[in-house]
Write a protein that binds this ligand. Structure first.
Ligand code: NDP
Length: 317
């Protein structure tokens, strides 16, 4: 099995940025981009225009941006693998990183596996029910499908993702209805204003989705008004969850401490985990900022910290 100075697990802005810095520092990094567990490139692959990444005044799409990040990582010699990591062993040194097809011994590891969109436990939305038959957790990935055309579409959530998904769906839907459990959005003001002004979007405040029904595809949603407790069955062609994310830490099998809400714990102001030589960058360790720019920033920090760590154990040559 090959021994590597640095293995980066997970693509996306954090992983690719770590790779760019590490490759330029001649650490010859290997980057597991993922495959089945989620799109290589991470959550930006299912985003439309990114308007707030400095340097792109005209906006850039998430996939275009990730293509450029990857190109830059490759340019400096990163070895990218389109594979998921199944397991790591952090008790042995060098560490073991086992991919679906390729495995390595690694002197240092950067974990940048990001987070995955959450689903709610609503009757009718489960895997053996209408999941992927009108129920989705990614409007940008699925919204253009013919089943959603000219239908009433429902988006659950009140954050920036819900705003973005609702605005995106207006291109295809007859009408978009946002179902939010409170009376105000947590989304940024600019996004919330765009939504509230849009003639094709209705907001159902203080409401949740009680159930979803339909024969082969979604046909109805039942909305529960939390204030009046009234239930209303409405025609629907689709339901999209935009209720936040869970960090992708399953493959670690509890070998690193987590925060109470399940994110990887790092020493404040660094990307260092509890195990020297193992670093965490991007959304897998960040439940506060969760932006492409902050993910890229922590990716850079992780690479610099890995480089220093390797030097401290005499492996920088
Ligand atoms: P958020 O955590 O910001 O929002 C999740 C939303 O889902 C909240 O409104 C929350 O309600 C609601 N929710 C959570 N659990 C439930 C539940 N059980 N039932 C009903 N509703 C629920 O996640 P986002 O994915 O929207 O955003 C994550 C981060 O990514 C943020 O920092 C955001 O700014 C950023 N982002 C930026 C974008 C951009 O700039 N273009 C686009 C998308 C995301 P409540 O408000 O009541 O807690």
């Amino acid at each position: 099995m090959k021994r590597k100075k640095l293995v980066i697990i997970g693509s996306g802005p954090a992983g690719y940025t770590a790779a760019i810095y590490a490759a330029r520092a001649c650490l010859e990094p290997v980057l597991f981009e993922g495959f089945y567990s989620g799109l290589p490139g991470g959550q930006l692959m299912s985003t439309t225009d990114v308007e707030n990444y400095p340097g792109f005044p005209e906006a850039v799409t998430g996939p275009e941006m990730m293509k450029m990040f990857k190109k830059q990582a490759l340019k400096f010699g990163t070895h990218c693998l389109l594979e998921d990591v199944k397991l790591v062993d952090l008790k042995q040194r060098p560490f073991l990183v086992e991919g679906m097809k390729t495995s390595f011994h690694a002197d240092s590891i950067i974990i940048s596996t990001g987070a995955t969109a959450k689903r709610l436990d609503i009757p009718g939305t489960h895997d053996d029910e209408l999941w992927q038959k009108g129920v989705s957790a990614c409007a940008v990935c699925d919204g253009a499908l013919p089943i959603f055309r000219d239908k009433d579409l429902y988006v659950v959530g009140g954050g920036d993702s819900a705003m973005e998904e609702a605005l995106f769906l207006t291109k295809y839907a007859k009408k978009v209805h946002i179902v939010h459990r409170r009376g105000e959005f947590r989304a940024s003001k600019i996004m919330a204003e765009r939504v509230l002004k849009h003639h094709k979007i209705e907001v159902l405040w203080d409401s949740t989705v009680d159930s979803v029904s339909g024969k082969d595809y979604v046909e109805h949603v039942t909305i529960l008004n939390l204030k009046t407790e009234a239930k209303t069955k409405r025609h629907a062609g689709g339901l999209f969850f935009a209720v936040g994310h869970v960090p992708n830490v399953q493959f670690l099998n509890g070998q690193l401490p987590l925060t109470p809400n399940g994110y990887l714990m790092v020493k404040p102001g660094t990307t260092e985990t509890e195990i020297p030589g193992v670093f965490a960058a991007g959304d897998v360790q960040d439940f506060v900022y969760r932006q492409a720019i902050t993910a890229a920033g922590t990716g850079c920090m992780a690479a610099l910290e890995a480089e220093r760590y390797l030097a401290s154990i005499g492996l920088d040559e």
